[in-house]
Structure formats: structure tokens, C-alpha cells
Write a new protein. Structure first.
Lengths: 224, 219
């Protein structure tokens, strides 16, 4: 059996530190998701308005955010605002800003998609049955939209968690950075630590995202 | 913003954009190949291969590319598997993209009713004919939007290549910011070059999507 460098994790508080790093990444993504979901619902509703100005603006926002790699957005906010506006944003705050902007765009598009997927004959039937506009929205449109949206928004959470691995690149000390530190510190005593520690990080991310993905899939099948 | 700096930096960014495009294209091609193999294993319910591809898809979809690359580039050499950064980047992209492509193909294949395969076979078509002229044209048409989205997604994901010391656009931008503090110029060129790569693909993608939107037109 080759030396896999897993014993490093059992030394001192290494495993706890690694989990602490994972928590930093999860905290950023959960905070961003918590802001993105309500903001995205608003954006999605705005996007269905027939007003050409709001349509153009929301469309522009969506396209700009979605065409750029998230890492580029992180660089723009982290390095760009320092230079242009003289702001000194911490890496963590920059990440939350970027992931919120991105999450809002993604969520907005999901909400818009779910709202326009309700066929027009349902509105007509509701009106023919004598429902008011408010009743149509709350009793007909909303229940169906929510059902369609919940699995998709849960998927957005896993995407957000995976994307937070990028914050390493703007100097936030998260799970990969802690992994690097552990490997460096034990370079002499366990030279193969890189294998075991990065494998552990891989599995940690998997364990964080997999149950959420499974839940989303279950709900999708259940509510189809 | 200084024009002279922009002009100086232009060739550096152009060179790294080329690297991004080259490795991205190669990785995406391999990802499509992996995706086809995995979805075939699942569609034809091949024993063992079907389960293997299911495990692979879960592992690949639920972990970030950056972590996959770290493992490939820094972890594997400890077991004696040493790769060069470019190979590593392409392999990582193929590993990540393969599962997304497989899911796209699978959803397309699932959307075509199995009755069609059975009917085609009972009409005397061979297996290859039934797949080639009945199932695949419809499945491809249905998968197209997801395929285009995956291509753009994977090109965007190449932005983490700098973590395994590949000199891509991000690497160049960060390097130049660190060297000369010309942050505004570097970031401008970074955005411009990503737009140059991604906008044409995005426009081309929606054209192809429209062209191939024929499945289900008769229903």
C-alpha cells in the first residue's frame, strides 16, 4: 500500500481546521443564496413586465453577469473597486457581493422562466371562472411556479457552493487554502500529504453538495 | 486609463486568450466524447459501465473544477502520476464537462419515447439505422440548448486554469496587476478578451439552437 498522506489529517487539529475552511466557503455561499433568492424573485417578476425600459435593463444586467466567468467578476470587484473608487473591500465581502449579483441574475432567470411557463389559457380559464387578478395569481399561478422553482433553486445552492471554491484566488482563507497550509507545514514529515489532503477536500465538497443535489432531484420527480 | 499600456499589454493578453481557447476547445471535445460514452452506457443499460458512469457523474457534478484540478495537478504526482499543466487542465475540463454533457445527451435521449426505437426495429431497421435516422436526430435537437449552455459554461470554467500555473487570461491579468499596478488596463483587457471569446460562441450557439429546433414540431 503506497503512502497516501492521509495520516496528516489526524495530526493536531488539522481535520478541524479543514472543516473550518469548508465552513468559510459554505458561509459565503449560504449568505449569498439568502440574499439572491428574494432579490432574484423580484428580478424575475420585473422581467415579466411588458415595460420596454425595465425589460431592456433587466436583460442587460442578466447578460453582463452571465457572460463573464465568476472569477473575472471577483477580480473586477476585488481589484477593480480598490483602484477606481479606493474602496478596501475584504476578500470575503467581495465574494458575497459577486455571488449575490450572480445568484440574483440566475434566480431571476429561473423565476422568469417559471412564470412564463404557465400557459395563457390558465389565466383565461381563471378569469372565465370569475377569479380576480389577485386570486388568479395566488391560487393558480403561484402554487405551480413555486413547485417548479424549488428544485431549481436548490440546484442553485449547490452551484453556489461549488463556485465559492474560487474565492481562494482572491486570497480568502477557505478550505483549499487551509489544505495548502497543512501540506506545506507537513512537507518533511509526510511528503505525500498533497494526495490525501486534496482527496479529502474533493470528498468534502462532494459530501456538501451531493445530498442537496439528491434532494433537488427527488423533489423534481415528486412534483413533475 | 493609458492607451500606451493597453497597446503594450495587448499581445500578452492575445497570447493567453489563444491558450484559453485552445485548451478549452480540446477539453470540450473530450467532454463531449466522455458524455456520449456515458449516456450510451446508460441508454443501452450496459452492465457495470452503467453503474460506473452513474458514480462518475455524481462525483464530477458535485465538486468544483478548481478542487478537481488541485487533486490532478498536486495530488496525483505523489502516486507517481506526473502530468504537465496543459494536460492537467484539459483532463480536468473533460472530467468536469463529461458529466454535464452526459446529462444533456441523456435528457435528449429520454425525451424520445422508447416506443420509437421498438417501432423502428419492428419496421426492419437495423440498430444502427434506428439510432442514426430516428432517435439521434430528435435527441440531438432536444439536447441542443443544454449542449450550447455547457460549452459556454465550460469555457467560463477555464478561468481557473491559472491555479495550475497555466498562463491563461486570468494568470496574465493577475501577473500584470502584481507587476505594474496597471489594474484598470489589465482588468479592461481581461473583460474585453473574455467577451471576444464568449460573445461569438453565445450568438453562434443561439443560431444553431434555432436551426435545430425541429423535434416535436409535428406533435
Amino acid at each position: 500500500m503506497p503512502d497516501l498522506g492521509l495520516e496528516v489529517l489526524l495530526k493536531g487539529r488539522n481535520l478541524a481546521r479543514l472543516l473550518g475552511g469548508l465552513w468559510v466557503a459554505l458561509r459565503i455561499s449560504l449568505l449569498s443564496v439568502a440574499i439572491s433568492i428574494p432579490a432574484g424573485i423580484l428580478l424575475g417578476v420585473v422581467m415579466t413586465w411588458k415595460n420596454p425600459v425595465t425589460q431592456a435593463l433587466s436583460r442587460l444586467y442578466l447578460e453582463i453577469i452571465r457572460i463573464m466567468p465568476q472569477l473575472v467578476l471577483l477580480f473586477l470587484v476585488f481589484f477593480g473597486t480598490t483602484r477606481v473608487f479606493g474602496w478596501d473591500l475584504s476578500g470575503e465581502l467581495s465574494s458575497v457581493i459577486v455571488f449575490t449579483l450572480w445568484g440574483t441574475a440566475e434566480m431571476g432567470d429561473l423565476v422568469r422562466g417559471a412564470l412564463v411557463s404557465i400557459p395563457p389559457h390558465q389565466y383565461e380559464s381563471a378569469a372565465a371562472l370569475g377569479l380576480t387578478e389577485r386570486q388568479t395569481f395566488f391560487c393558480v399561478v403561484l402554487p405551480q411556479t413555486v413547485r417548479r422553482l424549488i428544485p431549481l433553486s436548490i440546484n442553485l445552492i449547490t452551484r453556489m457552493i461549488k463556485t465559492t471554491s474560487l474565492v481562494l484566488m482572491i486570497g480568502v482563507v477557505e478550505v483549499l487554502k487551509v489544505a495548502q497550509q497543512i501540506i506545506e507545514a507537513n512537507r518533511m514529515s509526510s511528503p505525500n500529504a498533497a494526495f490525501g489532503v486534496y482527496l479529502t477536500v474533493f470528498m468534502l465538497y462532494f459530501l456538501a453538495c451531493w445530498p442537496i443535489s439528491l434532494l433537488a432531484r427527488r423533489l423534481e420527480e415528486l412534483w413533475r | 486609463m493609458s492607451i500606451a499600456v493597453l497597446r503594450d499589454y495587448l499581445p500578452l493578453f492575445a497570447r493567453s486568450a489563444l491558450l484559453t481557447v485552445r485548451l478549452g476547445a480540446l477539453g470540450i471535445l473530450l467532454a463531449v466524447l466522455v458524455g456520449v460514452l456515458c449516456s450510451a452506457a446508460q441508454y443501452f443499460r450496459l452492465p457495470v459501465l452503467q453503474q460506473l458512469s452513474a458514480v462518475y457523474i455524481e462525483l464530477s457534478r458535485n465538486t468544483p473544477l478548481l478542487v478537481q484540478l488541485f487533486f490532478l495537478y498536486y495530488g496525483l504526482p505523489k502516486l507517481g502520476i506526473r502530468t504537465d499543466p496543459a494536460v492537467c487542465g484539459v483532463a480536468g475540463l473533460a472530467f468536469l464537462g463529461g458529466s454535464y454533457m452526459a446529462e444533456a445527451f441523456r435528457s435528449g435521449l429520454e425525451a424520445v419515447d422508447r416506443v420509437q426505437l421498438e417501432s423502428a426495429l419492428s419496421l426492419g431497421l437495423t440498430n444502427a439505422q434506428a439510432m442514426g435516422s430516428v432517435i439521434l436526430p430528435q435527441a440531438l435537437s432536444i439536447s441542443m440548448p443544454a449542449l450550447v449552455a455547457n460549452v459556454i459554461f465550460l469555457l467560463k470554467e477555464t478561468s481557473v486554469f491559472s491555479a495550475v500555473s497555466l498562463m491563461d487570461l486570468m494568470f496574465t491579468a493577475k501577473d500584470l496587476i502584481g507587476l505594474h499596478y496597471n489594474t484598470v488596463e489589465s482588468l479592461t483587457l481581461l473583460v474585453v478578451f473574455y467577451l471576444l471569446i464568449l460573445l461569438p460562441i453565445s450568438i453562434l450557439g443561439s443560431l444553431v439552437e434555432r436551426r435545430l429546433r425541429y423535434a416535436g414540431s409535428g406533435t
